[in-house]
Design a protein around this ligand. Structure first.
Ligand SMILES: [Fe+2]
Length: 391
């Protein structure tokens, strides 16, 4: 039976319903460069943008977002952004912060879901987003103020998105991951996935944007992410990715895009992908994996945004006062470092004032910075907000 989008009429499917023939039909397409006029080009079916182009054409921001959303939803499902960071000095600063955190975590972190763990295996730092804010608040501000992070995140998720981040370091000789889809249902066994109606499985991919910022150059031999363009289109893929025949097809057909330090790649979390093997003798490949969630979703990791916004407040206040941030940078760092959504709350104690929604933490943070509040004043206000929101 055909199981493409147009012919699906039932809601529940089992693991035996997956079809490699249908999957191949989904994947075997080409990316026409003329379909993406704002891109710099197409490499191995992956659309490539240039961060400098985006920064130099602020009036075209919405057009870039339209095109990127189209890539993720209807197109190959993955795009790269060259020079995602205009200045790689902040990448190096953050890499040093990662090294210090990794050292404190015995050199290899807590392990990688889709690969091996241990001293010889891939290094992994979970929740490096909050850990880096604690360890180096000014570096955190410089890194997450990047307006391109807001541009690509809002292209897929709209406003008030929630950032989580994990570091992945693949050492020389580090093995590849098994091909998979990502959070949400990429972190479930197929029998559990089958309990969700198909429309929810498909909708869940719209709740996350998966990304990776290259913290080192990533030549092909160092194993940049293996990607299967268009694989996000296969409706039953959250069950199918566990199947060995799909994993074999992935190994025979994946593509890789070499990156340079400061470049980034973003993809639909339903895209089949896997970290590649590091075949070099002495090159440690390092990426900051960004998992950006819709404000309507439960992120994978608990991030204490009240805490982060308080930790960075003195640095942010200083930058605000000295006009060191552009409007786009202000917006990007506030979105990353605070909760922009007013719900869930306790509407008895936190009633909407002057509108339909109560004041969010982001609105409070902006008000504090614009009004010149001290750190202590902001800390009291955000604590009061949290108390009001509790039931
Ligand atoms: Fe992944």
């Amino acid at each position: 039976m055909q199981r493409n989008d147009q012919t699906l009429t039932t809601s529940f499917y089992g693991t035996s319903d997956v079809s490699l023939v249908d999957f191949k039909e989904s994947c075997e397409r080409n990316t026409p460069v003329e379909g993406y006029p704002l891109a710099k080009g197409v490499v191995s079916n992956v659309v490539v943008y240039d961060g400098d182009d985006i920064r130099q054409h602020p009036d075209s921001a919405r057009a870039f977002q339209d095109e990127m959303a189209n890539v993720l939803l209807h197109g190959p499902g993955v795009f790269a952004v060259k020079r995602f960071f205009a200045d790689t000095a902040v990448i190096d600063e953050m890499s040093q912060v990662f090294e210090d955190i990794l050292e404190a975590e015995r050199g290899f972190g807590a392990g990688d879901h889709f690969g091996k763990t241990g001293p010889q295996a891939n290094g992994r730092i979970w929740n490096v987003f909050q850990k880096s804010a604690d360890a180096a608040p000014s570096t955190f501000v410089d890194y997450y103020k990047n307006p391109l992070l807001q541009l690509v995140s809002e292209a897929w998720l709209g406003p008030h998105y929630q950032v989580t981040a994990q570091v992945n370091i693949v050492r020389p000789g580090g093995e590849a991951q098994v091909s998979h889809r990502d959070y949400h249902l990429g972190f479930q066994q197929p029998q559990e996935t089958a309990r969700y109606p198909l429309h929810i499985q498909q909708m869940s991919a719209m709740l996350t944007l998966q990304g990776a910022v290259a913290h080192t150059d990533m030549p092909i031999e160092s194993g940049p992410t293996k990607l299967l363009p268009y694989s996000q289109h296969y409706p039953l893929g959250y069950m199918a990715y566990h199947d060995p025949s799909f994993q074999r097809y992935f190994e025979e057909n994946y593509v890789q895009v070499a990156l340079e330090k400061g470049d980034a790649v973003f993809f639909n979390p339903a895209l089949f992908h896997a970290a590649g093997a590091n075949k070099t003798q002495d090159f440690h490949r390092s990426a900051n994996l960004l998992q950006v969630s819709s404000t309507f979703a439960k992120p994978m990791e608990t991030v204490n945004l009240a805490h982060i916004s308080q930790i960075i407040y003195p640095y942010l206040f200083d930058a605000w006062r000295h006009s060191a941030l552009s409007d786009d940078e202000k917006s990007s760092i506030i979105t990353a470092a605070s909760d922009g959504y007013s719900f869930p709350s306790n509407l008895d104690t936190d009633p909407p004032i002057g509108g339909l929604a109560p004041e969010s933490m982001s609105a409070l943070l902006k008000r504090a910075l614009d009004s010149g509040w001290t750190s202590d004043e902001y800390q009291v206000a955000v604590s009061q907000l949290q108390t009001k929101q509790q039931a």
